[in-house]
Design a protein around this ligand. Structure first.
Ligand SMILES: Nc1ncnc2c1ncn2[C@@H]1O[C@H](COP(=O)(O)OP(=O)(O)OP(=O)(O)O)[C@@H](O)[C@H]1O
Ligand SMILES: [Mg+2]
Length: 286
């Protein structure tokens, strides 16, 4: 458990008890001609099947970078990321990303064609099966009636649902979402959080979800990893499975939100917590 504090890679044998996704002592950097930017520093966490795991931290702490590394778009300069024991070295259909911008839907394809596209492009399914699967997931997100509509005729929330249906249709081992509802108005955002939880109840996918909203993290996640400001380091891991949208505004929920805020922004308390507990062992139960 103390391995993340040491600057070397730990190789583990693949076993059934292994986490679905393990991020072990991962440092990520961007190299520009002028300088090297360290986005995260020796970050470790493990995601188990059906977790709704949230990365929470201030802007610039490396949340998106970590997600891109889990997707295989960026390689760590230190440490390693494993999916079911296999080192992540490139993007693959077992890890699908949903981004914030819903204009990621090609406008010349209908809703159904958008959902079918990755299934066909990755040769996961033949056309007829892809169509069937696309309609199945469009139904799950409540958009069956809009299968033949074009994206520009949809609202922001509907585009978000198409993006989610498209990702789920690939039946990835893990769904990676980077602030997927940030561009939506507050009410639609709340509705999408609720729908995401309902979908999870039904499908039980594994989710890695990035947000800088404490409230969204508490509602969406069952576990929340708190990251320090740039470069991102693990500050604490919080269990939040007891909360959903019905908890909003409740006394306990507010207390948890305040405590997370203190852990994220109050150096004193976070530093003390880190001293008292082992690095990756910080699990604060509410
Ligand atoms: N393409 C890039 N080239 C150079 N530096 C980058 C690049 N992308 C991100 N960075 C830097 O890496 C750090 C982490 O960025 P990242 O986008 O992962 O943060 P974030 O936590 O997702 O922030 P936000 O909440 O604003 O989305 C920042 O300091 C950022 O400036
Ligand atoms: Mg980001």
């Amino acid at each position: 458990m103390n391995a993340p504090l040491q600057g070397h890679t730990v190789s583990k044998p693949a076993t059934a008890a292994q986490a679905l996704l393990s991020v072990d002592n991962v440092s990520l950097e961007y190299r520009t001609p002028q300088r090297v930017v360290r986005a995260t520093h020796q970050v470790s966490f493990e995601i188990d099947p059906a977790d709704r795991f949230v990365l929470l931290g201030p802007s610039g702490c490396g949340k998106s970078t970590l997600l891109k590394a889990a997707a295989g778009f960026i390689q760590p300069v230190e440490g390693e990321i494993r999916l079911q024991g296999q080192r992540v070295e490139a993007p693959g259909p077992d890890r699908i990303v949903v981004f914030q911008e819903f204009d990621q839907l090609p406008p010349w394809k209908t809703v159904k064609q958008n959902v079918m596209f990755p299934l066909l492009a990755s040769r996961t399914l033949k056309r007829k099966d892809a169509e069937e699967r696309a309609l199945h997931y469009l139904e799950k997100v409540g958009l069956a009636a809009f299968a033949d509509a074009y994206p520009h005729t949809l609202s922001g929330g509907m585009k978000a649902r198409v993006a989610i249906a498209r990702a789920l249709a690939m039946q990835p081992k893990i769904l990676l979402m980077d602030e997927p509802f940030a561009a939506l108005d507050a009410l639609t955002r709340r509705k999408m959080q609720e729908e995401l939880l309902l979908l999870w109840e039904e499908v039980r996918f594994t989710l890695l979800f990035v947000t800088h909203s404490i409230e969204e993290a508490l509602v969406v996640g069952n576990r929340i990893l708190l990251l320090s400001p740039h470069p991102g380091r693990v500050r604490a891991e919080v269990h939040s499975h007891q909360y959903d949208l019905h908890s909003l505004g409740g006394v306990e929920f507010q207390a948890s939100a305040r405590r997370i805020h203190r852990l994220l922004f109050d150096e004193g308390e976070a530093a003390q917590t880190e001293r008292e507990l082992d690095f990756t062992d910080i699990r604060i139960a509410y």
